[in-house]
Ligand binder design. Structure first.
Ligand code: NAD
Length: 324
């Protein structure tokens, strides 16, 4: 299949690209290298994909590119591009979230419709559509009340996908990811910050009291869900939770990190941030039904892989500094 991945230089998009290429597909990747985090990290994310002949890369913004030309011959679209980050989505930054998350998705949906032969449009939605709730686990029919401007934009784009399916028959599938982690995780995300603090022998900063719980999902499980969403016939038009299957609080995460790093860890607590939610935990029955989805990677194993990644990145950085 010829696949378009938006946000291919990002955390999830780069893993998805490598998996599709390894499975024998052709990948057209697009990314604007937005400045939410360093271009350098995104360029490194792309290295694996660039090694394949079946990979082509287009640098540009979805809102600026000639999408009909880009979609020529494309069968599957995996729309991963977004302005990520819950905490940064307040204030004057919001217009950027509207542009990258809502307007860009609408433009891509229109172009997909116009192209006329898209076989699947998989949208990266988010657990943030549920907001702060104690009614756990959340299923797809739970109340949707985002707790951050970011969540509002992810939900708006998800609703657009469903609308294009219901009105025009565009074969969309929305996957609501629950906190994704693993190698290449964005540097603003908790596990990445925690691993880096340990390696740099600095205190780990936890927002809130550490009792917050998350249903953490390993990136390879999210990638697998995307591929199944593209191939399952019954998935068309669906919205599904994609989660890791276990709910842990940050104190338990600290314990794992102590074991994995074998290093002393000091933790400081800071105020809970606006937009953060207390708990997330998913009912994944629907993804089991439509995708035969089951998370494969345990938190202990996935966290160890992320720690190794952050350590190797830090070693490379140190080598570059000492050489220059
Ligand atoms: N990482 C998570 O825990 C998580 C959880 C829920 C949902 N999601 C969703 O999954 C997707 C991938 O997240 P991620 O963590 O890999 O983020 P990321 O920031 O690493 O990757 C997103 C990429 O999209 C690109 N991009 C943004 N706007 C663009 C535009 N207008 N045109 C072209 N490229 C653009 C950015 O440059 C970036 O490389 C996002 O849609 C995000 O909302 C992620």
């Amino acid at each position: 299949m010829r696949c378009l991945i938006t946000g291919v230089a990002g955390f999830v998009g780069s893993h998805l690209s490598e998996r599709l290429l390894a499975d024998g597909h052709e990948v057209v990747g697009l990314d604007a290298f937005t400045d939410y985090y360093a271009r350098e990290q995104k360029e490194r994310n792309l290295e694996g994909s660039r090694a394949w002949n079946d990979f082509s890369f287009i640098e540009g913004d979805i809102l600026q590119l000639n999408l009909p030309a880009l979609l020529d011959g494309v069968d599957w679209i995996f729309h991963q591009a977004a302005q990520a980050g819950v905490r940064a989505s307040w204030g004057c930054n919001f217009s950027r979230y509207v542009d990258c998350n809502v307007l860009a998705t609408q433009r891509l949906l229109e172009a997909a419709l116009e192209q006329g032969s898209i076989q699947r449009f998989v949208y990266a939605s988010s657990s943030s559509v549920y907001g702060d709730t104690d009614a756990l686990p959340v299923s797809e029919s739970s109340l949707l009340r985002p707790n951050s401007p970011y969540g509002v934009t992810k939900l708006a784009a998800e609703n657009l996908c469903t609308l294009y399916h219901l009105n025009f028959g565009l074969p969309t599938v929305s996957l609501r990811y629950f906190t994704v982690y693993g190698p290449r995780q964005r540097p603003d995300m908790a596990f990445h910050r925690f691993c880096r603090a340990i390696i740099e022998r600095k205190p780990i900063v936890i927002y809130g009291d550490g009792q917050q719980t998350r249903d953490f999902t390993y990136v390879a499980d999210v990638v697998e869900a995307n591929i199944r969403a593209a191939t399952s016939r019954t998935a068309v038009g669906e919205v599904m939770n994609i989660a890791g299957g276990s709910r842990v609080n940050l104190h338990q995460v600290m314990q794992y990190l102590r074991d994995i790093s074998d290093a002393p860890i000091s933790v400081t607590f800071d105020e809970r941030q606006h937009g953060d939610v207390g708990h997330t935990f998913a009912d994944t029955t629907r993804a089991q039904q439509h995708l035969a989805y089951r998370p494969r990677v345990s938190l202990r194993e996935g966290l160890a892989r992320e720690y190794e990644y952050v350590l190797s990145e830090s070693t490379k950085r140190a080598a570059t500094h000492s050489a220059s």
